[in-house]
Ligand binder design. Structure first.
Ligand code: 7RM
Length: 657
């Protein structure tokens, strides 16, 4: 990084980060890659752009099973889009039956490790059998096509089985991360009008067992639409079972037949809804479809993760998040891949659990989040150095921008400088990965998600909706439709149109800011609402944070704006340091460091040390909460249902400078 501050006006977002390191893939990686040449990418990209319908029609025919062929490829009427209209397919069929028919029934689908250390392995044939039995069990409880099934379960194979069983019979799943409160479950159940609840007697987390069923019992008191609750025995807790309502999973499947043909479903049938927190107000149920979503996750998995039959793919996300839906379950299984699924915490029994898992199972592809990487850095390199990570050949990140110094650590310590890193940018709404390096061909730059996948046409505009120049930040939109795009917000068409389709007419508004550099690479600059406006210069949070994280004492940083009479906004930063007690001089040192790395404009006005930052369940820093704290607000009048640890808020409020 240099101290270039760029030309900024009040309308554009200043680009202050200059990352010049470039890492091309090794010849060895390129030679074996699925996409092995720049011309192959260019050809795919151009075909998808110039003949969108032909491109997706060919892929849909070759990659999915069709009970009934589609009649049209893409249609749009107002805000209602349809892909592969007139056709019928089934997500579970494409994930299971298709492979068994192709002779792959004995291939391992899921290798599972529980937090206490048990292991299970399910072949495609076994997974198929379990899914069919559970689907029949759901039917016996009255579940029909179009009904909503609410899932609040630990990361066990049964969670994936439940999801696949739903889509097999056209029931719509709504997975709720098994850490949400009873209140949050009830809100989501009521919004979705869920008919069935799935849960377990408890789950393992850092050696303790947490009572999921008790939380669900609370939630069901306020979920009048839920008729039955199916309970998986996981930890052996005593749980009260309500007669007529509750049924044990094992009892349900015991009598169920293993014969359950997949229901042919319309391409546009809703496959699932997934609640994601809006910036204010109530969470929204993002709605995805059957055929378009299936094709998008299958294809993006194949392109981005360069998957080969002898790979072992491990995505460390939870299935309660879109990353788990798309890259633990539907993307990999559509490709007949073998996935590793881990139930518990990364620091149980010790901070080396991930590296231990990789060594023992010989994981070849690791997909994790920047928040985890920053925690690993903080915990210390010795946990990594104890283990043989030579099985790894490819690394990925998702969820937030990755600070270049964290990227370098991942590259050196985990990737042994030999593994390409795919920094994948996408959203719950996009269904699957939108921008990412292709590991065999794209030279990577730390902190950049590089280029769009075939079919994706990004557009960056300023407040006047004009396309911005090279290296100018602006609002990131997607100009063309793609098969995996969200089809709506459950029960709220108005909010759907208003939020995504109104501000930049004709384009999908992502809500993120981004810039494109002179090489055509994209850099995500954070959420539009998070921009800090200092004396008319609009600064993105990630750049200030990356400068702080590049200081050796800093583990994590969050930058927010707070009202300032003179400058419009002042910069407040919240910093976690690697050592226990930060010396007071460190504040001045950090200010000087930012001045050197970025320039005087970005120097924080106040710095607070904290031992944790408020985060969502998926690990994203919640800057909007920090904004309120920095502004000195007592009441947090926002949706905090996704916040991982409420106690952090209280601590931060008391921790004034
Ligand atoms: C997959 C997921 C979406 C938001 C998105 C961004 C941020 C995600 C990256 C990223 C920079 C990335 N879905 N985001 N990936 N920012 N670089 N590689 O995260 O719906 O939970 O969040 O996450 O702000 O809009 S999500």
């Amino acid at each position: 990084m240099s101290s270039e501050t760029g030309q900024s006006t009040s309308r554009k977002i200043a680009n202050v980060m200059q990352e010049t390191r470039v890492f091309p893939p090794s010849q060895e990686f390129t030679t074996q890659a699925v996409i092995a040449s720049e011309s192959q990418y260019q050809h795919l990209y151009k075909s998808a752009k110039s003949d969108r319908d032909g491109f997706w029609s060919d892929l849909a025919k070759s990659e999915l099973h069709w009970f009934k062929p589609f009649e049209s490829v893409f249609n749009r009427e107002g805000h209602v889009v349809s892909w592969f209209g007139g056709g019928q397919t089934n997500l579970a069929y494409n994930c299971l039956d298709r492979h068994i028919e192709n002779g792959l029934g004995e291939r391992t689908a899921i290798i599972w490790e529980g937090e206490p250390g048990e292991q299970r392995r399910l072949t495609y044939a076994e997974l198929h059998r379990e899914v069919c039995k559970f689907a029949n069990g759901l039917k016996s409880l009255g579940v029909r096509t179009g009904d909503v099934v609410s899932i609040y379960m630990p990361m066990t194979p049964e969670l994936a089985i439940a999801m696949l069983a739903c889509v097999r019979i056209g029931a719509i799943h709504s997975v709720i991360f098994a850490g949400f409160s009873a209140e949050a479950i009830a809100d989501r159940n009521n919004d979705a009008r869920a008919k069935i609840q799935l849960t377990s007697d408890g789950l393992w987390r850092r050696g303790k067992n947490l009572p999921l069923k008790a939380t669900v019992d609370e939630a069901l008191k306020k979920s009048p639409t839920v008729e039955h609750c199916v309970v998986l025995r996981r930890v052996g807790n005593e749980v009260p079972m309500q007669a007529g309502r509750d049924v044990w999973w094992h009892d349900l499947v015991e009598q169920a037949s293993a014969d359950c043909p997949a229901t042919p479903l319309d391409s546009e049938a809703t496959s699932f809804i997934l609640y994601t927190s809006g910036s204010t107000g109530k969470p929204k149920g993002i709605r995805h479809t059957t055929a378009g979503y299936n094709l998008w996750v299958k294809q993006t998995f194949a392109w981005v993760f360069d998957y080969k039959p002898d790979d072992l793919f491990w995505c460390t996300a939870d299935c309660g998040w879109i990353t788990g839906h798309s890259y633990i379950v539907y993307g990999p299984l559509s490709n007949a891949a073998t996935v590793l699924m881990y139930e518990g915490a990364p620091n149980f029994p010790a901070e080396d659990r991930f590296w231990d898992i990789i060594e023992r199972h010989r994981v070849t592809i690791l997909y994790t989040a920047p928040t985890a990487i920053r925690a690993f850095i903080k915990w210390g390199d010795h946990h990594v150095e104890k283990h043989d990570l030579s099985s790894l050949r490819l690394l990925g990140t998702v969820g937030e921008g990755i600070n270049p110094e964290a990227w370098m650590w991942y590259h050196r310590k985990i990737g042994g400088e030999r593994c390409p890193i795919v920094d994948t940018w996408w959203q719950t709404e996009t269904g699957g990965i939108m921008m990412s390096p292709l590991p065999g061909i794209t030279p990577t730059k730390p902190g950049s998600c590089t280029r769009p996948l075939p079919g994706i046409v990004p557009l960056i505009v300023d407040e006047e909706l004009h396309a911005v120049d090279v290296d100018q930040g602006g609002m990131l939109c997607i100009a063309e439709p793609w098969p995996g795009m969200l089809r709506g917000i459950w029960g709220d068409d108005e909010r759907f149109v208003e939020q995504y389709w109104t501000k930049v007419p004709g384009n999908y508004l992502t809500g993120d800011n981004a810039r494109q550099d002179a090489d055509g690479y994209y850099w995500i600059m954070g959420r539009i609402d998070d921009v800090i406006n200092v004396s008319g210069h609009r600064l993105s949070t990630i750049e200030i944070e990356s400068a702080l994280v590049s200081h050796p004492s800093v583990a994590e940083a969050a930058a927010v704006g707070r009202p300032d009479d003179l400058k419009g906004q002042a910069i407040s930063v919240f910093v976690t340091v690697k050592s226990a007690d930060p010396p007071t001089e460190l504040k001045d040192e950090l200010k000087a460091h930012v001045r050197k790395e970025i320039g005087a404009l970005a120097v924080p006005d106040d710095i607070r040390f904290t031992n944790a930052l408020p985060k969502t369940r998926s690990g994203k820093i919640m800057r909007r909460l920090l904004r309120d704290i920095a502004a000195g607000k007592e009441e947090i009048a926002q949706d905090t249902s996704t916040l991982e640890d409420y106690s952090i808020l209280a601590k931060l409020r008391g921790d004034e400078e």
